[in-house]
Design a binder for this molecule. Sequence first.
Ligand code: 4NP
Length: 161
Amino acid sequence: MVPDPVRPSLLFVCLGNICRSPLAEAAFRLAAEEAGLEAYCDSAGTAAYHAGSGPDPRSIAVAALHGIDISGFVARQADRSDFENFTHILALDHENLRNLQAIAPGESEARVCLLMDMVPGREGAAVADPYYGGEENFADTWEDVSMAARAIVAQLMDRAD
Ligand code: 4NP
């Protein structure tokens, strides 16, 4: 993929790319579509454990509750080429931010930060890992990622004015 200088491209990154980052991608797709914002987005994990798998069924269920089908998403591992292809790389927590910083090429111009840094008042916060939790944890994940998605869309729309 060749980066487009006018169209933003966002990569959402968690550990396994089966729970949080597919939900972040889904929430962003919904928020961008609602706002009429054209943007490319994808999600990835810093670990390869689940590469090639679909999202966790609990993430599929919470996305479906909000009207988006993520059952066809396929997990992949983030790599160095992502730093050339995306304008924004958004880590769901501090561990994954550190994992990304460890593989970032020195010359990358991508903005790499925590997802919640994009939300005024939530800077520095992690999106908690719901993997060992229950449905309510996945609902909390959705709340966090959809708040971030709306904040990112608002910032990108402002920039485009
Ligand atoms: P995610 O959640 O990083 O939000 O996709 C996890 C998925 C799998 C594992 C940990 C977290 N795991 O240890 O397999």
